[in-house]
Ligand binder design. Structure first.
Ligand SMILES: [Zn+2]
Length: 114
């Protein structure tokens, strides 16, 4: 997979933290082999990260974890709402179909029902 320099820069922190997927790591490694500019940028980034005091790295990790939890919660809520909307649509279809069937039945049998 061929990815752009911008994509490498977007993903480099995940790659450096060891949390990127295997496919992403492979694509980044492949890109770094052939792109000197990104290789230098990555080396500089990795060096800067290594020099950060452990407290700062832990703080950033906690913050990332909080952001991830918030995104996961948002996605879960979104999925619940989507499921509720689908169930509501199914119920509405059943009700509308039922009313239609009753009306059709009454129309077909209006001479016999009195
Ligand atoms: Zn590049």
């Amino acid at each position: 997979m061929n990815i752009s320099c911008d994509m490498v820069m977007d993903l480099i922190s995940l790659y450096n933290d060891g949390v990127a997927s295997d496919d992403t790591c492979r694509a980044i490694r492949e890109h770094l082999k052939g792109c000197g500019e990104c290789r230098r940028a990555y080396a500089s980034y990795a060096e800067t990260e290594k020099r950060k005091p452990i407290e700062q790295r832990e703080h950033e990790s906690d913050e990332l974890s909080r952001k991830y939890t918030a995104v996961a919660r948002h996605l879960r809520r979104h999925r619940l709402l989507s499921n509720a909307a689908v169930i509501l649509l199914i119920l509405l279809s059943v009700v509308i179909g039922g009313v239609g069937a009753v009306k059709l039945f009454m129309l077909n049998n209006k001479d016999t029902i009195h």
